[in-house]
Design a protein around this ligand. Structure first.
Ligand SMILES: NC(=O)c1ccc[n+]([C@@H]2O[C@H](COP(=O)([O-])OP(=O)(O)OC[C@H]3O[C@@H](n4cnc5c(N)ncnc54)[C@H](O)[C@@H]3O)[C@@H](O)[C@H]2O)c1
Length: 342
């Protein structure tokens, strides 16, 4: 039985990590830590785990692995501290707030021979796995272009500490906005679906609408519009937004020489395949997770299986570096107005 510690006991820890660990027969959550001790303590009483006063105390307790679910700025520090005490780590996205930090996390995992998995859970969604299979089978011919979008109304209603002064809008704690929060999901996803890497990016990463409680514009981006050229010649665009009020869009469309794949676009079918010959094939697999509909993401089972040697690390930290690099390059492109080679 693996013993698990949770670092950061907010919304994603509660609705995803803890929920999915409790449904896994091979683990027991024994330790919790949050800068808000009361939050960890109340949760500990509910699930039968001990709340610790400090990260060091949690890491000194008898645990095998941790989930890092803290605010973005703390991911690298929490992850590296855990790896250096030989704990396996599942870290939330965005992996960290600088490329140097991301690279240091990968190095710490390698030095300590521990698993480092990043919660790029979109790769595990059933329609994405199926779409990758269809693309590899050549069902839509040669891929030409794509569009991939992740937008919702913003994190200020989602966070366990909701409101306009949420840490998600705090430059010091979040560092980046919609581009890193949602854009990294779709950047990682498109690379996974196309088995290709982003070669260059041209982007506008900006703040269009979100304001703090005092009415001033937030200091992180709330929208990102990116054109990606992939290293296999495919070109497409990626949009990440916190200003899709009244409706979430989490869809991807892939255009090939023989047809078009619509993923999580139709409300009834997770994939709709429209072929050049007029045929339509519809797949009813699952519904994409939304803020209001948290179904099992499969990430915890993947992490636990990986530690137990039953599965490869399907989302290794080092495989997420390029998506993070693309995020940083998109921000740089927006500042300079130039295309950036990733
Ligand atoms: N993979 C996904 O789809 C997904 C979805 C939502 C959130 N996330 C990520 O998960 C992380 C947490 O987000 P959330 O939605 O749970 O936010 P949240 O505001 O609901 O919770 C964050 C929690 O972390 C705690 N915290 C902050 N700094 C800490 C530190 N240094 N050490 C320990 N605890 C700390 C806070 O007190 C709070 O309890 C973020 O990085 C976010 O981007 C990922």
């Amino acid at each position: 039985m693996l013993r698990i510690g949770i670092i950061g006991c907010g919304k994603i820890a509660q609705v995803r990590h803890i929920t999915e660990y409790l449904n896994n027969q091979n683990v027991k959550i024994t330790a919790l830590y949050d800068v808000n001790f009361q939050r960890a303590s109340t949760l500990g009483e509910k699930i039968g785990a001990k709340a610790y006063d400090s990260l060091d105390e949690l890491l000194s307790s008898d645990i095998d692995a941790v989930s890092v679910c803290s605010a973005n700025f703390a991911h690298a520090q929490n992850t590296i501290a855990a790896l250096n005490t030989h704990k396996h780590v599942l870290c939330e996205k965005p992996m960290a707030v600088t490329l140097e930090e991301c690279e240091a996390m990968v190095k710490a995992a390698s030095d300590n021979k521990c698993t480092l998995m990043i919660d790029q859970n979109q790769r595990l969604a059933r329609a994405h796995v199926k779409a990758k299979e269809l693309i590899e089978q050549g069902v839509i011919g040669k891929v030409i272009s794509f569009r991939t979008i992740f937008g919702h109304g913003g994190p200020e209603t989602w966070s366990i500490d909701p409101g306009l002064n949420t840490w998600f809008f705090d430059k010091n704690k979040a560092s980046m906005g919609a581009m890193a929060d949602l854009g990294v999901h779709k950047t990682d996803l498109i690379q996974y679906l196309l088995s290709a890497k982003v070669k260059s990016v041209r982007a506008k990463v900006c703040t269009l609408d979100k304001k703090y409680a005092d009415g001033s514009k937030i200091l992180v981006d709330d929208n990102a519009f990116c054109i990606y050229e992939m290293d296999n010649g495919v070109i497409g665009y990626m949009i990440a937004s916190w200003t899709f009020y009244g409706g979430e869009d989490n869809s991807t469309v892939i255009y090939g020489t023989e047809g078009v794949l619509h993923i999580y676009e139709d409300k009834d079918y997770s994939i709709v395949l429209n072929l050049k010959n007029g045929e339509t094939v519809k797949y009813q697999l699952d519904a994409i997770q939304t803020n209001d509909n948290q179904t099992s993401s499969g990430i915890i089972d993947a992490f636990v299986d990986c530690i137990l040697g039953k599965r490869e690390n399907v989302i290794d930290g080092k495989d997420v570096l390029h998506a993070m690099k693309t995020v940083f390059c998109a921000i740089e492109s927006s500042k300079s107005g130039k295309k950036i080679e990733v």
